[in-house]
Ligand binder design. Structure first.
Ligand code: HXC
Length: 514
């Protein structure tokens, strides 16, 4: 065969495989509002940068008449490319080929690109659109998932691992994403469950739709399995690119520094917080009054909104923000908000991203529901995460810092590097009303006018304790600052902390509360 004929033969073979599951299956995919697996990769990566590998891999199934079936690429596309000009490893499951189900060779393709990503210290993006373990391949499929889970765990904290759920994902196809750092979902397209509605009906007799069981909103709002929610695939890809602009490519690199910009001047920072400590406000207004160009990229916006987490930049460098949200449940810590914050703190710590904590909370949420849901062990996660973190940690106490909340939100005692407080800060065991009722119970009940006495005692307590100066007198906070100086103080604290070095006691790993 001449070279020309060889090349033509190669092109023919390639074009055959590029048909994926065939016209009909692709039509079905498009009718559901979904892009094809290859289109998704091309949208996510820099234009013209994608290189595909293992195009000619064939499946290894021999039972159920599978030996005569062609599954192009065995239902998954793998390759490398760039994003923002930097290298990326990527895979995308192709639902048009046997429902993107995972057999032995499909898994080998994924683990090949995962091995590359870890060896080269390059982020891994996985686009999941799969019915899970390929039933016809039995234990080989299960082995394949085991190999993927092992690699997800090995790579955790070394390279960023991003999961995009773009179809009905069942079984192993959701456990791997759960082991990764960030999960993206799209309305009407993403579904995640361990077992689908038909299994639930068979086993439990319960009827539920795929959407109600594990749709995008369910995972973004209720379960906390998804970190980012979008209305369309293209919006989702923009979110991925934005996230990647904030984070480092591996745990030995810093995130790209961008040109520093001043916050946009919208509102004076001190006018955002109402004078009455019982009045809510949106903590995101404070974050945006501080960050470069007033930009804040929020993570898990819809889940446990009583705490706000996300990335912003200070002087061009990425910073992780953890902030109580007085607008929702007065910003209390509960099971979900503790989980949400703790995992983000651990992410920032693993990838060397400084953490800024903005504090305004009345404490942990009391109640039977919370106690029985395990608020002790969930709440302990945030204590553990802050204590364990060795990146620069700076706290600004804006208003309330009561009880366990004061300790948990990166207090000096958990080794904050800098703690600043606004003059409006109230640092005490509990709020004035509650404290006065307990401490002065006798005086109040025996007074001629108990209500007048209660008010006197509340004022007395406020003057004595509900301020930043008792903590300042002990050195628990470093400085009481004017709100307008918050950004300036943070910039300086970050500059001073740039080469922070902390040696731990030396251990294999700790055992965080679960
Ligand atoms: C083999 C599969 C498959 C699977 C789908 N297909 N899932 N083939 N193994 N797991 C095939 C279908 O037979 C069909 O092939 C094609 O993919 C499209 O599937 P449909 O059912 O037509 O699509 P849809 O109606 O959209 O439903 C999607 C679905 C459903 C919800 C994902 O297919 C489903 O419930 N699949 C099974 C899910 C599951 O239980 N997986 C095993 C999980 S256990 P044809 O040829 O007709 O087009 C697991 C173990 C690991 O993953 C656990 C680790 C902890």
């Amino acid at each position: 065969m001449s070279l020309k004929r060889n090349i033509l033969d190669l092109r023919k073979r390639k074009s055959e495989v590029l048909k994926g599951g065939g016209e009909k299956a692709i039509e079905k995919q498009v009718a559901m509002g979904k892009l094809t697996a290859r289109e998704r990769i091309l949208y996510i990566l820099d234009e013209g940068s994608f290189h595909e590998y293992d195009l000619f891999v064939e499946h290894a199934a021999r039972d159920f008449d599978m030996e005569n079936k062609k599954l192009h690429g065995d239902g998954v596309i793998i390759g490398t490319g760039t994003m923002h000009g930097s290298p990326i490893c990527i895979f995308a499951q192709d639902f048009t080929v046997a429902g993107g189900s995972l057999g032995l060779m499909h898994a080998r393709k994924i683990t090949k690109i995962m091995d590359h990503a870890l060896k080269m210290r390059v982020p891994l993006i996985g686009i999941n659109d799969s019915g899970g373990a390929r039933i016809q391949e039995g234990v080989d499929s299960l082995a394949g998932y085991g190999e993927i889970f092992f690699r997800n765990t090995l790579a955790s904290g070394v390279i960023p691992q991003i999961s995009v759920i773009l179809g009905p994902c069942a079984g192993g196809a959701v456990y791997s994403p759960a082991l990764t750092d960030f999960v993206f979902v799209v309305n009407n397209i993403s579904k995640m469950f361990i077992t689908g509605p038909s299994v639930i009906k068979t086993v439990l007799g319960e009827e539920i739709s795929m959407e109600e069981l594990g749709g995008a909103k369910v995972h973004a709002e209720i379960t906390g399995n998804a970190h980012f929610y979008a209305e369309s695939e293209l919006e989702c890809f923009d979110q991925i690119k934005k996230l990647m602009s904030y984070i480092p490519w591996n745990n030995k690199q810093k995130a790209d520094k961008v040109e520093p910009k001043l916050p946009k001047k919208k509102k004076k920072i001190e006018n955002i917080v109402p004078g009455d400590p019982k009045m809510p406000y949106d903590i995101r207004d404070i974050i945006q009054a501080i960050t470069d160009h007033s930009e804040f990229f929020e993570i898990m916006e819809l889940f446990a909104p009583n705490i706000v987490i996300g990335f912003g930049r200070l002087n061009g460098e990425t910073v992780g923000f953890v902030a109580n949200q007085p607008k929702v449940l007065a910003g209390v810590l509960d099971c979900d908000s503790s989980d949400k914050a703790a995992r983000f703190i651990r992410y920032c710590n693993a990838f060397d991203i400084p953490i800024v904590t903005l504090e305004d909370l009345p404490g942990y949420l009391p109640g039977v529901d919370q106690e029985h849901a395990g608020v002790i062990r969930h709440g302990a996660k945030i204590l553990y995460a802050y204590s364990e973190a060795t990146v620069p940690k700076i706290t600004v106490i804006i208003r309330k810092a009561y009880g366990g909340g004061y300790i948990a939100m990166n207090s000096r005692h958990l080794r904050a590097d800098f703690v600043f407080a606004w003059p409006t800060a109230e640092i005490a065991v509990m709020g004035p009303e509650g404290a006065a009722n307990i401490v002065f119970r006798k005086e109040i009940s025996e007074a001629e006018d108990p209500e007048a006495m209660r008010q006197i005692k509340i004022e007395e307590y406020k003057t004595k304790f509900a301020n930043p100066y008792v903590a300042a007198a002990r050195g628990y906070i470093d400085e009481v600052i004017e709100p307008e100086d918050t950004r300036k103080m943070l910039l300086h604290a970050l500059q001073i902390s740039a080469n922070k070095s902390v040696m731990g006691p030396g251990k294999k790993h700790g055992i965080p509360p679960f």
